[in-house]
Ligand binder design. Structure first.
Ligand code: GTP
Ligand code: MG
Length: 279
């Protein structure tokens, strides 16, 4: 579902439209109940089942958003900062997390929620670094859910000991579309983007690029072997998200990772309760 609930304005602020706003929109435009905020829920006018589809989507997002807030409240109560790490398949999330766990093992107590459609391959790769790990396989969903949602993450939180945790890193399912639309209750959204994916991707998948505050530009060690145009990528990225921070890294060589670790340490040092952003 490319629902595009995330908007970023010229001043750099980003937000998601809530159900209350959708309801208000319906009140103001009753004749357009089947197309309300189509930019947010998708254009359903081509479907005979349009109104029903809107209702179902609203209920799905309503439940998700409420549960995401519960997750955030629970994390806040335990002073755990959560980061939702998203990317297309194979951009390097797990290798980056392996390095991160190895680097942060002393000083910060880390938990991982590992999201994959099938297998414990990534969860197994992340074992042995001293982090608590909760695996979420989404294969029970419709054909294998292509994203984590808040109720899934809620079930994972119940398997973790939050009282002893400082930082929760959520590895979302590898997908450049759906994870951006589902708030899981994290405080921060970070994207891993591999330079092997092409400069035009911010233009083709704007919701994901718009929804993140930090982009880790990964696989920089491969730059000499690619015709990746860094300036063009930067222009494309800025056109959909003018304020995103970018850190060039290589999870393979370790280049740039100190800046990522510093970002994480800063994020965990800043109190979230009450002032947490909705991500
Ligand atoms: N050359 C190079 N390879 C990398 C880098 N980061 C990751 N890789 C490789 O890219 C492949 C995919 O990395 P993963 O860490 O599994 O990627 P992922 O995002 O977790 O993949 P999914 O969980 O399937 O979405 C592996 O072969 C990694 O070794 C990097 O910085 N440079
Ligand atoms: Mg992975």
């Amino acid at each position: 579902m490319t629902l595009g609930r995330f908007h970023r304005h010229d001043d750099g602020t980003a937000h998601e439209h809530s159900l209350e706003e959708l309801d208000a929109h319906q009140r103001d435009h009753p004749a357009r109940a089947d197309t309300r905020l189509e930019h947010d829920l998708g254009d359903m006018t081509g479907y005979g089942t349009g109104p029903e589809r809107i209702q179902v989507l609203e209920r799905i997002f309503g439940e998700n958003d409420r549960t995401a807030q519960e997750n955030r409240d629970l994390l806040d109560a335990h002073e755990v900062v959560a980061v939702n790490l998203m990317s297309s398949p194979g951009a390097g999330k797990t290798l980056l997390l392996q390095r991160t766990l190895a680097a942060l093992a002393e000083g910060i107590s880390v938990g991982i929620v590992e999201g994959d459609i099938e297998t414990s391959i990534d969860a197994d790769r992340l074992a042995g670094y001293g982090a608590q790990i909760a695996l979420l396989n989404t294969s029970n969903g419709f054909g294998g859910e292509c994203h984590l949602d808040a109720p899934m993450v809620k079930s994972a939180l119940a398997r973790l000991t939050l009282a002893t945790m400082d930082l929760l890193l959520v590895e979302n399912v590898g997908n450049l579309v759906c994870p951006a639309d589902f708030d899981v209750g994290a405080h921060h959204r970070v994207m891993v983007f591999s330079i092997t994916e092409g400069e035009e991707k911010p233009l083709k998948y704007p919701v994901m690029f718009r929804s993140v505050e930090l982009l880790l530009l990964n696989k920089m060690d491969l730059l000499p072997h690619l015709d990746f145009d860094m300036a063009l990528f930067e222009r494309n990225l800025r056109s959909v998200n003018p304020t995103v921070s970018v850190v060039a890294v290589s999870a393979r060589t370790g280049e740039g990772l100190d800046s990522w670790y510093a970002w994480l340490k800063h994020a965990t040092a800043v109190p979230t309760a009450g002032g947490a952003s909705s991500t």
